[in-house]
Design a protein around this ligand. Structure first.
Ligand code: ACM
Length: 468
């Protein structure tokens, strides 16, 4: 899970109770991940019957940047062009093994040959830590869970009206004031730059790139409350905000001498923390005569910093370079003209991929995009094929109504597994029935990771309790 491009099963099995790992120095992350797996399963290296596990970097263009091959015969062979590809191979091996250790281990592996490459290079989970905060510990756990499903982009929505979560050293009040607020009943807080750098490294070692979003020029009440001069002089309400309405706050675009130095200084600190080639600058839900000008200038600023901007779909009205990525979020948004200009798309259509919506009709929370909610089958049913310029797929978890770790788990899982399969697996291999069967089998892995997933009836999870 996600289902590979090709799986061939031969007869027989390989028994493994001890293993000897051979790996090139350049496969450090995959090596660490494999060692962790072996340790967790009590697979030591002692004994004449120790099975060789061979990690190999091979120059096979068919594997691309993330593809891998996994063969189990009398040994276990993992090959890829990159450390990242090998990391994915280790995850597939993990899924072939039990989720929990036996005391006297003797595990059975099928003799198998897997050839696998992702359909899309962008396989994302976005979380809104601005409305309601998530701890670094939670995010690390989330990265581990993402990695199990070969998801590789963690988009952090770091700023919004209700909170500013990233320390910016030149503007300390952003977190002193903006970090202290949250949506009603949500959690406040912020990340120091040291914490974020540590998180970036943790993610990198697991094949995940963290993509930061600073949402501008709207969705900025927390910034305005921290630095009032960013608002126009006649702005009435500069207090921190805990409501759920959107579209009311905006930088004072008539004061470019105030706004642009702020934007530049913030982005300079952001790019110094996050090595991501793409930086999200928001651009959603604000109408203003100077909006397109702001978007163009800010995207150009990101470009001059050696990165590429991502904008929500509305940014397509601005005069921006064709390499700027656009993130589609309203199902019917007229994106064709932007696609014709060459903009790559990240697909997050709300009626399939806004997983702040309920797992079922009537689950309390967001329902503005689809009143019936987004059951697992609905998410799985999204067809990305018509979007020829898509680089990938990303599910968004907004947190106006999702305030605890348990509620976050419940909204993310198992739906993110469906997202992973849409983003990784070729259309010809996908079927909901097969997905359901494989997810059932994978449940112990989720339990072992402590995931408090939604008890999805389609998976037969409604009547029984998991191990959590
Ligand atoms: C959005 O949901 N405003 C991107």
């Amino acid at each position: 899970m996600p289902i590979p491009q090709s799986v061939q099963v031969a007869s027989g099995e390989l028994r493994i109770s001890a293993a000897v790992v051979e790996r090139p120095a350049a496969a450090a992350n995959a090596g660490r991940s494999l060692e962790e797996l072996l340790t967790k399963l009590n697979i030591g290296s002692k004994g004449a019957a120790a099975v060789p596990i061979r990690l190999q970097l091979v120059d096979d263009p068919a594997l691309g940047e993330e593809g891998y091959r996994l063969v189990v015969d009398d040994a276990i062979h993992l090959s890829a062009r990159t450390d990242t590809g090998l990391l994915h191979a280790v995850q597939s091996l993990r899924q072939l093994l039990p989720a929990r250790a036996q005391t006297q281990p003797e595990y059975r592996l099928p003799r198998i040959a897997i050839d696998d490459v992702p359909a899309y290079r962008w396989r994302g989970s976005s979380v809104d830590v601005a409305r309601s905060f998530l701890s670094i510990e939670y995010l690390k756990q989330h990265i581990d869970r993402m990695a199990l499903f070969k998801l590789n982009r963690l988009h952090l929505h770091l700023t919004d009206d209700q909170g500013w979560r990233i320390e910016i050293k030149r503007y300390p009040k952003l977190v002193e004031i903006g970090g202290a607020s949250a949506v009603k009943d949500g959690r406040a807080g912020y990340y120091t730059q040291a914490q974020l750098k540590d998180l970036v490294a943790y993610a990198q070692a697991r094949g995940v790139t963290i993509v930061p979003e600073i949402d501008m020029p709207g969705h900025v009440q927390a910034a305005l409350a921290s630095y009032n001069e960013l608002a126009c002089d006649d702005t009435k309400n500069l207090r921190p905000y805990s409501g759920v309405e959107v579209g009311f706050s905006v930088f004072c675009l008539e004061k470019p001498e105030v706004v642009y130095p702020f934007v530049r200084n913030v982005l300079e600190e952001v790019v110094a923390i996050f090595p991501s080639a793409q930086i999200h600058i928001g651009g959603d839900e604000i109408k203003h005569p100077l909006y397109a000008d702001f978007v163009a200038r800010t995207a150009a600023m990101v470009d001059a910093m050696g990165r590429t901007a991502i904008l929500w779909e509305e940014g397509s009205v601005a005069d921006i370079k064709p390499n700027v990525l656009l993130q589609l979020w309203n199902d019917g948004y007229a994106i064709e003209a932007a696609v014709a200009k060459g903009h790559p798309l990240i697909l997050s259509p709300c009626s399939y991929l806004y997983i702040d919506h309920g797992n079922y009709k009537g689950q309390p929370g967001a329902d503005w995009c689809r009143a019936e909610g987004l059951p697992l089958k609905r998410v799985y049913g999204f067809d990305p094929a018509p979007f020829k310029s898509a680089v990938g797929i990303e599910a968004a978890l907004w947190t106006e109504f999702v305030h605890s770790d348990a509620a976050t788990d419940d909204h993310l899982w198992p739906r993110l597994a469906a997202v992973a399969e849409l983003a990784w697996s070729p259309a010809g291999q996908r079927s909901y029935a097969g997905f359901v069967q494989r997810m059932r089998a994978l449940r112990p892995q989720l339990d072992a990771l402590g995931v408090r997933y939604h008890p999805e009836p389609d998976l037969g999870w409604a009547d029984t309790k998991g191990a959590h």
